[in-house]
Each structure stands twice: as C-alpha cells, then as structure tokens.
Design a protein around this ligand. Sequence first.
Ligand SMILES: [Zn+2]
Length: 301
Amino acid sequence: MNTFKTTMLSVATALVFFAPNLASADNHHSKSPSFKSTQLTDNIYMLQGKGGNLGLIKGKQGLLLIDADYKVMSGALKTELAKHGGVEKLNYLINTHWHGDHTQGNFALGHHAQIIAHDNVRARLLTTQEIKLFQMVSKPYPEHALPSLTYSTRMSLHINGEDIKVVHFPNGHTDGDSVVFFKNSNIVHMGDHFFSGFFPFIDIDHGGNVLNMAKNIKVILGMVDDKTKIIPGHGPLSNKVDLQAFHDMLVGTSAEVKAMKDKGMSLEKIQTKGLSKKWTPWAEKSFFPEKVWIGIVHSSL
Ligand SMILES: [Zn+2]
C-alpha cells in the first residue's frame, strides 16, 4: 500500500462523518428529500438535491435532464419532473460521469429516457467500482440503467430550440467526464469539473488528475463569457469569476504542494505543514480536511 492510500485510509473514518455533508454543505438543507429549483431561462432550470447538481431543459420535444442524483432522491426527482410535464416526457438523460451521486437516478429514470454519456461511463457502470476514500462500492448497473448512447470526444443535440454540445474533457475528475454547453442560452453544466468555492474530490483511482482538471478548466474559461451561467457539480450557481477562482486554487495549491515535494518533504510532512492561509476558506467549506486535498494533489503530481 503506498503512502497516498495509507494517508487516505487514515482519514476514512472521519470522512464517513464528513461525506454526507457533501449533500448539504452548499446545496440546500432539507429533512424529507426534495429539490431546490432555480429557473435560469424560460425553459432551463438548475435542480439541487442531495448529490450533484442537475440541469433540466423542457420544451416541445420533451425533457432533457443532466445528472440524476442518488437513488434515495428518485421519488423527489419524479415529483419535481411532474411540475414540467412528468417523467413520461423525459426523453434524454445525460450522465456527466459515473459517480453514484450523479447516476443512481438512472435506475428509476432509465425506463423512460435514453441515457447519454461518455464511452468510459458505460464501461465503468457495467462493472463493480470502488471509491476507497469513501468506502463506497458501486455494483454493476442493470441494462436499463446504463447509458445506451455513448460518445468519445463530443456530440450535439438539437432539441427545444437549443443547441446542446456535450464535450468530453479527459482525465480531470474521472476518465469519463462530460461538460454540457447550452450554446443559445449561454449556460454550462460543468459536472464535477467544478466544485464552486471548496476543494473538489478528484477520483485519482478512476483516471482523475488535478493538473489535467486545471488544464481542462482553462480551456472552458476560454469558451465562456462574463454572462455565462455556470452550474457546478457541487455548490451554488456560479459565473466565470467563480470558475476562474476555482482554477486558480487548483493551480495555486498544486504549486505549493509541488514546491514542498521538490524540497524532499514527504507527503506526511507536507500535510503537517499545510497550505498557506489564503486557502483556508476553501478548506473550511470542503467536505474533507485539507490534508486529504493535499494527498489528492500529491498523487496527481
Ligand atoms: Zn463525481
């Protein structure tokens, strides 16, 4: 077992406590499952439940949903969709990546919708996956809950008067990430390439990497403008300034960890010394301690 894994496992117990806070930390607080809906245009909405943020577009050609939250949220999600014509109108569901807080809703929605994702999402969901950091195991999904329409680099959908571009950005959060652009409405759903205002989880064991994520976000920053509404995978509705700050945090914290590593410091020493104080607000809002973030960065270098 390498040091990264040892360190990650040593905080696993703490994370069992911390992980559920991922849901409520920057999303909304609720006892019985429900969604907070934010209307972005005449027919596009951001939905916030327990897991990753969702995007919804409605119109004459039915509903298209981006991400599907946890299984436990499926009842509430159907209730939410009922406000927009009902789950029967759901024609497309895009999975931005394979993680359960974005895809478990496939079980309930896959009977209605065509599920779209990057090739690697289907490959992952076909087999057992494990995220050691969260002691989480994902069993193979049944056929109806798997993406049936997959792509390798990019694809386009033209529905409800909107040009929707689904673009793969390689090896950022995972090995199968999609970012979804609503070109006409100037809205972007980032998937988990963006945790707005706090340290992100990056799935190193499944192809993620901090440096690639920063590189990908730099490309996306060149594709958006000051008026773009940006839906992060986790956190509140954001804009280009927020995304730039997230990018700068990824670059800045990586540089600090690299500088200490280059001096010959061990991961444990770097974790004990910690990052400079300016990143404390990011750490305070995160659902895991700063030393876990340092471990993720260290293993990406
Ligand atoms: Zn994720």
